[in-house]
Design a protein around this ligand. Structure first.
Ligand code: NAP
Length: 273
């Protein structure tokens, strides 16, 4: 059986086309704020990617320097022209947690407030963390059946692993989920049982051929810089023929994450004031 490449670029393109159609004759003049303290290089690349994608569909994205987090967030909350706020890591001089406590859930397009994470837990999703949602979007786009399958997630971060586990457990999706982390014992025994393996650990080429079973579906969230290029958590080249489907890096989950963010901006706009 030939291995299918799960291209994130195709998924992203379909989301952007949908957004363009939905917004073409509406003036989405509402702004989204990228709230920054002192962005580093990787952050700048991410910021530029968001702005580039937003421009394609005429969304307005502004960068605002963090000055007084309490005052700024209150202003963003009360400004009907602003549909979304994103905190750009790393925050060196400000208390990001306080910012997240103050931010209204409907402007939290990254799904990071406790309110939005709680909604995910109870199945009443408003805005979920975009990377976790990007994984689900890839699964939906390629019509991958999850019900009853053994899904193994590597990584338990609040931005990827944990929210993804909630999405996979949801009634109607119905996966049987195992979440692994740095203290998990006999990891390779667990990964070998996976029908669908999702890796979000941030360790280049960590998942090897010996750790998976034949015909597994692999979604690689990892995005790591190694020897002058970007690679995933999965040893893509060596694993390729053993998997039935796999996301590339780059061109996989990352491409979809930005498109999901833009969809959240649109959804926030649609929610109204
Ligand atoms: N493509 C995208 O759109 C996108 C978006 C976000 C992140 N990412 C990438 O995804 C990766 C993870 O990001 P993150 O923010 O979730 O990272 P994170 O907050 O550092 O979390 C990493 C998780 O992986 C676990 N882990 C680390 N080494 C492990 C090992 N050897 N075996 C099993 N588990 C291990 C950690 O376990 P403990 O909890 O025990 O420490 C932790 O739960 C990174 O490469 C990041 O660049 C990509």
């Amino acid at each position: 059986m030939e291995t299918k490449i799960l291209s994130g670029k195709r998924v992203s393109k379909s989301i952007l086309t949908f957004l363009k159609e939905k917004t073409e004759n509406k003036s989405i003049k509402k702004r989204t704020i990228l709230y920054c303290d002192s962005p580093d290089e990787s952050n700048k690349a991410y910021i530029n990617q968001i702005i580039r994608s937003a421009k394609k569909i005429d969304f307005i994205v502004d960068i605002v320097d963090a000055e007084n987090i309490e005052k700024d967030i209150k202003e963003f909350n009360d400004d009907p022209e602003i549909s979304g706020v994103m905190f750009m890591h790393p925050f060196r001089n400000f208390d990001e947690e306080m910012g997240l406590k103050l931010l209204y859930p409907k402007k939290d397009i990254e799904g990071r407030t406790e309110n939005n994470l709680g909604k995910l837990f109870t199945g009443k999703q408003l805005f979920a963390p975009p990377t976790a949602e990007a994984v689900m979007e890839i699964i939906k786009y390629y019509n991958i059946k999850i019900s009853g399958k053994r899904v193994v997630i590597l990584g338990r971060s609040t931005t990827v692993g944990k929210p993804l586990a909630m999405m996979m457990l949801k009634k109607g999706v119905d996966a049987t989920v195992t979440v692994c982390h740095s203290r998990t014992k006999d990891l390779d025994k667990i990964t070998k049982e996976a029908d669908v393996l999702i890796s979000a650990i941030g360790s280049p080429l960590f998942v090897k051929k010996e750790m998976i079973k034949e015909n597994v579906i692999i979604i690689d969230v990892g995005f790591n810089y190694l020897n002058g290029k970007y690679v995933g958590d999965v040893d893509y080249e060596n694993i390729f023929n053993k998997a039935s489907a796999i996301t590339p890096v780059p061109g996989g989950v990352g491409s979809v994450t930005t498109a999901i963010l833009l969809r959240h901006i649109y959804e926030s706009f649609e929610l109204g004031d």
